[in-house]
Design a protein around this ligand. Structure first.
Ligand SMILES: C[S@@+](CC[C@H](N)C(=O)[O-])C[C@H]1O[C@@H](n2cnc3c(N)ncnc32)[C@H](O)[C@@H]1O
Length: 209
C-alpha cells in the first residue's frame, strides 16, 4: 500500500511494510485491514454464526476472509465493489461478489437477495487526492449515501460498521444519526496507521425509521 509522507523538503512516496502488513502476509490475508475488523468484532461482537452480511467496498477482500469464517457455512457474505471481482476469493462457498457502485444500489434485490442483512460493513474509501478537505468531503459523500440506503440494506436490530475520515462535517453528520442505533460509538483500531485520519463508527441494534 502506498503512503505519503512529508519531509521538510520533499514529498516521499514509499511502501510501508509494518507489523500488521507482515502479519497479514504471513497469514495469507489479502490486506492488513483485517486487523481493524478483527479488533472491532472482538470488542463489539458484530458478527455471529449464520449471519447475512453486506460488505460494501470489499476489495481486495480481507474483511470477506474474516466474515466468511466468522459466519460459517450457514451464513452468507455479499461483497460489493467498483473494482473487478477478486477471483482469489472464489474458493469461499459462503461468499458472493458483485461489481457495483454503492451509488447505484437501491435494494437487496440488486444483490439477488430477498431480505435486508443482519450486518452491514463499509470500509469504503474514496480515491484520495492528498488535499484534506477534498478527501474529507468525498468520504462524507460515501458515508451519507450508505446511511441513505441503510433502511433498505439493514434489518431492525442489525449491526453496522463504517469507515469515516475525520472532519467537523463528519462529526455533525454523526450527531444526527444517534437515534438510528441503540448504541453508536467510534473506534480507531490499534492497527490504523498513525498518519491516517480515519476512524470507524460502530452501530449496534439498528432502529428502523
Ligand atoms: C480500503 S478498500 C477496502 C479494503 C477491504 N475492506 C479489505 O479488507 O480488503 C476500499 C474499497 O472501497 C471501494 N469503493 C470506493 N468507492 C466505492 C463505491 N462508490 N462503490 C463501491 N465500492 C467503492 C474501493 O474500490 C476500494 O476497493
Amino acid at each position: 500500500m502506498l503512503c505519503y509522507h512529508m519531509s521538510e523538503t520533499k514529498l516521499m512516496v514509499f511502501k510501508v511494510k509494518d507489523h500488521y502488513y507482515k502479519k497479514a502476509k504471513e497469514n495469507n490475508y489479502l490486506a492488513r485491514s483485517i486487523y481493524k475488523l478483527e479488533e472491532i468484532d472482538q470488542r463489539y461482537r458484530i458478527l455471529k454464526s449464520g449471519d447475512l452480511v453486506f460488505d460494501l467496498g470489499y476489495y481486495p477482500g480481507s474483511w470477506i476472509q474474516y466474515t466468511a469464517k466468522k459466519i460459517g457455512k450457514k451464513g452468507l457474505t455479499i461483497g460489493i465493489d467498483i473494482q473487478d471481482i477478486n477471483n482469489k476469493l472464489s474458493s469461499l462457498e459462503n461468499v458472493r461478489l458483485f461489481k457495483r457502485d454503492i451509488f447505484d444500489l437501491t435494494s437487496p434485490a440488486d444483490l439477488e437477495i430477498g431480505r435486508p442483512a443482519d450486518v452491514v460493513l463499509s470500509d469504503m474509501a474514496p480515491n484520495t487526492t492528498g488535499i484534506r478537505s477534498v478527501d474529507q468531503a468525498r468520504s462524507l459523500n460515501i458515508v451519507e449515501q450508505v446511511f441513505a440506503i441503510l433502511p433498505l440494506l439493514l434489518r431492525p436490530g442489525g449491526n453496522f460498521v463504517i469507515k469515516i475520515f475525520e472532519s467537523a462535517d463528519a462529526q455533525n453528520f454523526i450527531k444526527g444519526q444517534r437515534k438510528s442505533f441503540e448504541k453508536l460509538t467510534a473506534l480507531r483500531p490499534k492497527s490504523t496507521r498513525s498518519i491516517s485520519k480515519e476512524f470507524f463508527l460502530i452501530g449496534l441494534n439498528y432502529v428502523s425509521k
